[in-house]
Ligand binder design. Structure first.
Ligand SMILES: Cc1cc2nc3c(=O)[nH]c(=O)nc-3n(C[C@H](O)[C@H](O)[C@H](O)COP(=O)(O)OP(=O)(O)OC[C@H]3O[C@@H](n4cnc5c(N)ncnc54)[C@H](O)[C@@H]3O)c2cc1C
Length: 415
């Protein structure tokens, strides 16, 4: 570990690691020294092929993410274990409205992709570790204990191998997740609003091919998403994200697998086939969180530390990646212009750019959740008419698809 880096990223999750990958292609050209500090040990897989796991959690990536990962040079490897979403089927259980989106109609090869978080993490960290330019130090397992930003250099206290180190940086990125202790220690306020809901997440086996269909199904018990996933040992798998009121989650978790499958089948119906197996059930309390302050001199708050969304529209990580793109561009332009990468006026410009996108995405996820979690029969009728009208209007569907696919946001462009 050096005592000074231009850039220190705290948190080697999907967001922190993506920022390093975004900067790697230009790090040498702009003489950028980067430290990525992650507190969890990275599982070593030396020479071992990737093993998909039945119990792994997955993320739906917007189609626009492809150009980001192509520019960073990881796309070819990533796609070895990606499942393309070729169709999206949105429906309201027990009502007539249905909207169907097809990649072919939108002129793209896929509407999005489903990836196991574990695979995405491995591809990103392998890419960083295999870099031979010597610009990046991956410091792991190591924990950042304190951060003191200033207009000069930001100071950090890092615990690594039972010793404490003082490190300075021009710019520090807090990408340490939704429960960021450092955000709290820095007195960064955030708005938090509970949805009084939990997301139940699990892999489900189905008795027929999923044909690349992602289902978004609104039921009286809450919205459900069923995402097409990689077939494992001949078993067709789908990733379930089931949103439930807080008071119902305990009962569903306590069911045996067979009881849970019966309950799921009864609630979802048979549109995707017969559910035959369920993996480990994870659950998350759902909140809308937005940091009021996302930049200070020498400091940026990124990813889940900056915002957490309702997972209904699968937008959280996609929004974070657009933040990564803008931040990488901001850092590169500052470097080109000979300005410190921690310069507050430059970081304010980045923040302004992000706020608009964050507000738009939060509003989309939040409104969709409220509309589809409401049992009011009049709203239900309005939903059905809306879905039916959208199904009949190619223009409305294309606009919806473009925003859901992340095609409205710019891809990473390196000068
Ligand atoms: C149920 C559910 C489903 C979702 N589905 C989707 C989806 O389909 N599509 C989508 O776009 N988004 C989805 N999301 C959102 C997505 O999961 C998040 O946006 C993403 O995980 C955020 O990653 P992150 O890197 O910011 O945070 P994290 O993944 O939490 O990473 C933070 C990292 O920082 C490390 N760390 C913490 N403190 C320190 C410290 N002091 N020092 C060093 N390291 C530290 C941690 O060990 C961790 O590795 C979903 C979220 C939920 C809850």
């Amino acid at each position: 570990m050096k005592s000074h880096y231009d850039l220190v990223i705290i948190g080697g999750g999907m967001v922190g690691a993506s920022l390093v990958c975004a900067l790697l292609p230009v790090a040498k050209k702009f003489s950028l020294t980067i430290a990525l500090i992650e507190q969890q040990p990275i599982p070593t897989q030396e020479g071992q092929p990737f093993q998909p796991s039945y119990d792994a959690r997955s993320t739906a990536l917007a189609y626009g993410v492809k150009s980001f990962y192509q520019a960073t040079g990881v796309w070819d490897r990533l796609q070895e274990h990606l499942t393309p979403i070729e169709h999206i089927h949105v429906s309201d259980k027990g009502r007539f409205g249905v909207t169907r989106l097809h990649a072919k109609d939108e002129g793209v090869s896929a509407l999005g992709y489903v990836v196991e978080n574990h695979w995405l993490g491995q591809v990103l960290l392998d890419h960083i570790q295999q870099d031979k330019q010597g610009c990046v130090d991956l410091i792991c397992p190591a924990s950042v204990k304190a951060v003191s930003p200033s207009s000069e250099l930001t100071q950090l206290k890092v615990e690594h191998q039972q010793a404490e180190y003082d490190v300075t940086a021009e710019l520090v990125i807090l990408a340490d997740g939704g429960r960021s202790g450092l955000r709290q220690a820095l007195g960064i306020h955030f708005n938090e609003q509970s949805y009084y809901q939990h997301a139940l997440v699990a892999n489900i086996s189905v008795d027929r091919p999923h044909q690349g269909i992602a289902y978004e199904r609104f039921t009286e018990r809450g919205p459900m998403a069923l995402l097409p996933s990689e077939t494992l040992n001949g078993e067709v798998r789908c990733g379930l994200v089931w949103t439930l009121p807080d008071e119902e989650i305990g009962a569903l978790l306590s069911l045996t697998d067979a009881e849970f499958l019966a309950e799921l089948q009864q609630t979802f119906g048979y549109r995707a086939g017969r559910f035959t197996r369920v993996g480990q059930r994870y659950h998350y309390p759902l909140k809308l969180t937005l940091a009021e302050e996302q930049v200070r001199s020498g400091l940026v708050v990124l990813g889940n530390a900056a915002h957490a969304l309702h997972p209904i529209a699968g937008q959280g990580y996609n929004l974070a990646l657009r933040g990564v793109t803008d931040l990488a561009e901001n850092i590169i332009v500052s470097r080109q212009q000979g300005i410190s990468i921690g310069d507050l006026s430059r970081l304010h410009a980045y923040e302004q750019q992000r706020r608009l996108d964050q507000q738009r995405t939060i509003m989309f996820s939040d409104r969709t959740m409220r509309l589809f979690s409401n049992a009011n029969p009049l709203l239900g009728l309005g939903r059905s008419i809306g879905l039916q009208a959208m199904d009949l209007s190619p223009m409305a569907k294309t606009l919806f698809a473009r925003s859901a696919m992340g095609l409205d946001s710019p891809a990473l462009k390196h000068p």
